[in-house]
Design a binder for this molecule. Structure first.
Ligand SMILES: [Zn+2]
Length: 448
């Protein structure tokens, strides 16, 4: 069952809601925000010009840089009397990207997250261990609001505190975890050393997001924890988590809450709108937000849209899980290279762990890529024992096996991505861990 009736209405009814809300949003922004008024004037579009959904193509794009340029409140459309909550992304470079929510925005956010929780199969009987960070980051509070709305019992753990996370899972009998995939894998690693069998705990569902992850990572999480893992997607600029979500019944693409966020896919270089089914940059227009509505916001996330009806009964279009970001995309010797592709390859091979780092450097005019992958504890333990035993034959076998692993990975990467990389196996625990979003790339090339 879906949480709200808009999730299963006919396409025609959905388009009516969308057009009505889009027209209101454009009029509202034009009247209230001078930055947007100027943008629209320059694009030669008046609010009355939006007569059909296709007219959205006449509206100008909004880039992430524009929110920063108008830091902190320049793109707000509501007055401070109406704003009730702030969020912001830290941003590794430059100023924060700030978002302001009115009471209605928080209600909207709660609604879309209630849909996401219901989509994942979470019910009011569940105990939800919410591992997303609380604070300016939207993950913690957004998930908290949605899970509470459906009546689940929320444990507001936030990130970090790995051992206490495990204690809570054991003692409170958490049935749901909400987390970044990489941090949950880290919890598993720590728990394994403590002798915890996560499959024996009461966990049954996981709701993951906030970083790109692969089907192989999903398989690994489901196997290690004995849970059903669902994906959700969002970004602070639009609302936070809850822009789209997977239904646990099908899990092929994420249903977009398109009565609130109108999705388009564009060619990242030309800006041309691409038809359903084609891959490109996801662009979202908020059509009900009040605090800081965004017209045609360029997410830089790579996806595609699918309007085929879903067996779960929802009619909301689905977006393919994010395969990468236009700005995370590395261009190596002219080839587009997404770190998430490396992850899928690593997870298919035995004897290496999902912890990896891609190091890019330039030697002369040549880009060189090194993929550092941790071997598993088991492999390390055996190799260590062989060294202690002083068994030359066994040591040589271990070395040969390690070489073989590196060669296999190198070949797989060449086959799938099309570039030759250096693969290095490193000891377990040596790739830096993160308690939030995983950092997978160390690009040391000079910026020109
Ligand atoms: Zn579905």
């Amino acid at each position: 069952m879906a949480w709200s009736k808009e999730e299963t209405i006919g396409r025609g009814d959905m388009r009516k809601i969308q057009l009505d809300r889009l027209r209101k949003t454009v009029g509202y922004i034009y009247g209230k925000n001078p930055v947007y008024k100027k943008k629209l004037d320059e694009a030669g579009v008046a609010p009355g010009d939006v007569k059909s959904l296709d007219d959205i193509r006449r509206l100008p794009f909004t880039a992430k840089g524009e929110i920063r340029d108008n830091y902190p409140f320049g793109l707000f459309t509501a007055s401070m009397e109406e704003i009730v909550e702030f969020h912001a992304t830290s941003g590794t470079t430059g100023k924060m990207v700030v978002v302001g929510y009115t009471r209605n925005d928080v209600e909207l956010w709660t609604e879309v997250m209630a849909r996401a929780c219901t989509g994942a199969g979470i019910t009011k009987s569940d105990i939800v261990q919410n591992i997303y960070g609380y604070g300016l980051f939207t993950g913690g509070l957004g998930t908290h609001y949605g899970a509470m709305r459906i009546g689940a019992a929320v444990i507001p753990m936030s990130g970090g505190n790995t051992q206490r996370q495990i204690t809570m899972m054991q003692d409170f009998g958490s049935t749901v975890v909400t987390s970044t995939p990489s941090f949950l894998m880290h919890i598993h690693e720590v728990g394994e050393q403590m002798g915890v069998d996560f499959r024996k705990l009461k966990l049954k569902t996981g709701l993951f997001g906030a970083e790109p992850w692969s089907e192989s990572m999903r398989g690994a999480i489901e196997e290690k924890f004995g849970i059903t893992a669902c994906d959700m997607y969002g970004l602070s600029e639009i609302i936070g988590p809850g822009v789209s979500f997977e239904c646990h019944q099908v899990r092929k693409g994420l249903h977009v809450n398109e009565d609130y966020f109108y999705p388009e896919i564009i060619h990242p270089e030309t800006g041309e709108v691409l038809p359903y089914g084609e891959e490109g940059e996801l662009v979202l227009t908020t059509i009900a937000n009040e605090g800081q509505p965004l017209l045609r916001y360029r997410t830089r996330d790579i996806s595609r849209l699918d309007a085929e009806p879903c067996a779960c009964g929802r009619t909301l279009v689905r977006m393919q899980r994010i395969t990468g970001r236009t700005d995370d995309m590395l261009i190596i010797r002219g080839v587009n290279f997404f770190p998430s592709q490396v992850e899928s390859i690593i997870l298919k091979r035995q004897g290496v762990s999902p912890h990896y780092m891609v190091v890019v450097d330039r030697k002369g005019s040549m880009d060189e890529v090194e993929v550092r992958v941790e071997v598993t504890d088991d492999f390390m333990a055996k190799a260590g024992a062989d060294v202690l035993k002083g068994s030359e034959q066994e040591i040589l076998k271990d070395v040969a096996l390690a070489r073989q692993k590196m060669e296999n990975l190198k070949r797989d990467i060449k086959d799938v991505i099309g570039i030759t990389v250096k693969v290095t196996l490193v000891a377990p625990g040596t790739v830096p861990r993160s308690e939030g979003k995983a950092k997978r790339v160390d690009d040391r090339r000079p910026k020109d």
